[in-house]
Design a protein around this ligand. Structure first.
Ligand code: OFO
Length: 162
């Protein structure tokens, strides 16, 4: 059985993951509107990943005998700026999510919940990947500057995300 403290914190993290999903979906729609279809595809794939993270937590909480309490998700923005600004926001958001995962892990240690610590290690590794991906794309976008041709090349590359 999971402690109430950890149960509440996991419920908060489910909300945070769904919130991430919603933000990326909004970014995807925004990019589609700018005819950046590869960006839109990458961001929609990210939306699906975030929903996967939320479900992973939700299933775990149920498995541990906890109660899932779904929370409200705020409306995301409509405008996200230039492609560089979009990915600055993606990276900043992932850094924020990493800090939440770290706090969750610290709580699992405090609560001496070894099973939760093992479970959360997957999320710790995932955040390394999430930040890495966002940071690589951001750096490449900064590299190409105002070159539309290069931007379209990156768009094509992002469209290949499986
Ligand atoms: Fe769920 O990793 Fe991004 O937010």
């Amino acid at each position: 059985m999971i402690s109430n403290k950890l149960q509440d914190a996991i419920n908060n993290q489910i909300q945070a993951e769904m919130d991430s999903a919603y933000i990326y979906l909004a970014m995807s729609v925004y990019s589609e509107g700018k005819n950046l279809r590869g960006f839109a595809h990458w961001l929609k794939t990210q939306y699906n990943e975030e929903m996967g993270h939320a479900f992973k937590l939700l299933n775990y909480l149920t498995e541990r005998g906890g109660t899932v309490k779904l929370q409200a998700i705020a409306a995301p923005p409509v405008e996200f700026g230039t492609p560089v600004e979009v990915f600055e926001k993606v990276l900043a958001h992932e850094i924020h999510i990493t800090s939440l995962i770290t706090k969750l892990y610290e709580l699992a240690i405090e609560e001496k919940d070894y099973a939760a610590q093992i479970f959360l290690q997957w999320f710790i590794e995932e955040q390394v990947e999430e930040e890495g991906n966002a940071s690589t794309i951001l750096e490449r976008l900064k590299m190409v500057g105002n070159s539309n041709g290069s931007l379209l090349y990156i768009d094509k590359e992002l469209g290949k995300r499986a």
